[in-house]
Every structure is written in C-alpha cells, then in structure tokens.
Design a binder for this molecule. Structure first.
Ligand code: HEM
Length: 188
C-alpha cells in the first residue's frame, strides 16, 4: 500500500493522537539555552546574561495552566476543532518541536513518516492494548518509553520511522523499491 501526501492529510485523528503523544512524551524532553543579554521573563524572573536555562518540554506538556485540568489525560480530541480539522496550536505551547528560529525543520516530514508507519503497522498487525500497563519514561536525552499502552504504537512508529528513513534516504533506487515492496508485503 502506498500513501500520498493527500491521503496522509486526511488522517486527522491519527495526527491528533500523534500530537497528544508528543505532548505527553516529547522525544526531546528538555533543551538547554543561554541568554546573550540579561532579560526578564513574562513571569517577572530576571535571567542574567550567560545563564544556562533548562527548558523542559516534558513539563510544559503537563502544565494545567497551559493545557487545562485534564492535562494528564490522553485526549486526541483536544487537537480537533468542531469542524473536524486539526486545531492550530502555537509552537510555544506545543513545544515538542521547539519554537522560533530553531524550530525543527523536519516537523512535517516527521508527522508524515509517523503516519505512514502507523498506518502500515495498523494495516499489517493486530495491535492489542495491554491493560494496566504504565508508561514509564526513562531519564535519557532521547526519551525511551517502557510499558506503553497508547504510546506503544507511537514508540514503535518513531523507532521504525527513523530506522527506515535512514535506510530509505541513503539507499539506491533499487533498495528503495525493495523497501517499498517490503512494506507492502509485511505480515504480523
Ligand atoms: C517526532 C519527530 C521529531 C521531533 C519530536 C523533533 C524535535 C526536534 C527538536 C525539539 C529540535 C530542536 C533541538 C534544539 O534546538 O535543541 C529539532 C531540531 C532539528 N530537527 Fe527535529 N524532530 C523530529 C523529526 C525530525 C526529522 C524527521 C528531521 C529531518 C528530516 C528533523 C530535523 C531536525 C534538524 C535538522 C534540527 C536542527 C535545527 C536547528 O538546529 O536549527 N527532525 N527537532
């Protein structure tokens, strides 16, 4: 099965589920920045020049003041507008890809890859949800996820995504054809 960009743009609920997963489990959970000049944050805190500032995407994704009382719930619906489209959420709020001049340039590619892999997995495997399993993030720079329920699929998707992407982009035209056909014939 091959997917076009148009097919992928119609996968609204999957897109919302991916956003929700990245909100709760950002693969880059924190970033370090240093300010060139003394500055004052909107909160009133003064940050002196050359201070190391650790920004936690993990924490931002779980703040009541940012996401509301249900911030710990996995709710893809929060990303979908009444007319069934993905809501615009500013990158300063949905911070998994960073914001500003250093925003991740691979964001759209990343979403498309995750959708392709998720759709391929869902089509070829029977996915079972393990009951009573917690999601235990590891304190690593690139966050690994254990015992996932909703996140297990996306964790698998991300890992496969980058592995396959690397193989696909660094491969020859022949290898790309083999890769595409291996997706078509994959079985659980
Ligand atoms: C779910 C998938 C992805 C996530 C969550 C993600 C997240 C991020 C984040 C947080 C940064 C900023 C890091 C920093 O400034 O300290 C970043 C930068 C970057 N990302 Fe991604 N990324 C993803 C996928 C991709 C993909 C698929 C590509 C390439 C095709 C990509 C290419 C880059 C590049 C080149 C930068 C550096 C930008 C710069 O330094 O100005 N990313 N990404």
């Amino acid at each position: 099965m091959k997917f076009t960009l148009e097919d992928l743009s119609k996968l609204v609920y999957l897109h919302a589920a991916l956003c929700e997963t990245l909100r709760l489990f950002p693969p880059v959970p924190f970033q370090l920045r240093k300010n060139k000049e003394t500055d004052t944050l909107p909160s009133g805190h003064e940050i002196k020049m050359n201070t190391d500032v650790l920004i936690s995407m993990y924490a931002i994704g779980r703040m009541r003041s940012v996401w509301g009382e249900d911030c710990y719930e996995f709710k893809p619906e929060r990303w979908i507008s009444e007319d069934g489209q993905i809501k615009y959420v500013p990158p300063q709020k949905f911070f998994a890809f960073n914001a500003g001049p250093r925003i991740c340039p691979g964001r759209e590619i990343g979403f498309n890859l995750m959708k392709i892999i998720a759709a391929t997995v869902i089509q070829n495997y029977e996915v079972q949800i393990l009951e009573n399993q917690g999601v235990i993030p590891k304190m690593e720079f690139l966050k690994a996820i254990e015992d996932a329920c909703e996140a297990i699929l996306v964790g698998y998707v991300l890992a496969k995504c980058f592995w396959k992407l690397q193989k696909y982009w660094t491969g020859t035209a022949k290898e790309r054809t083999q890769y595409t056909s291996s997706i078509e014939h994959t079985e659980g």
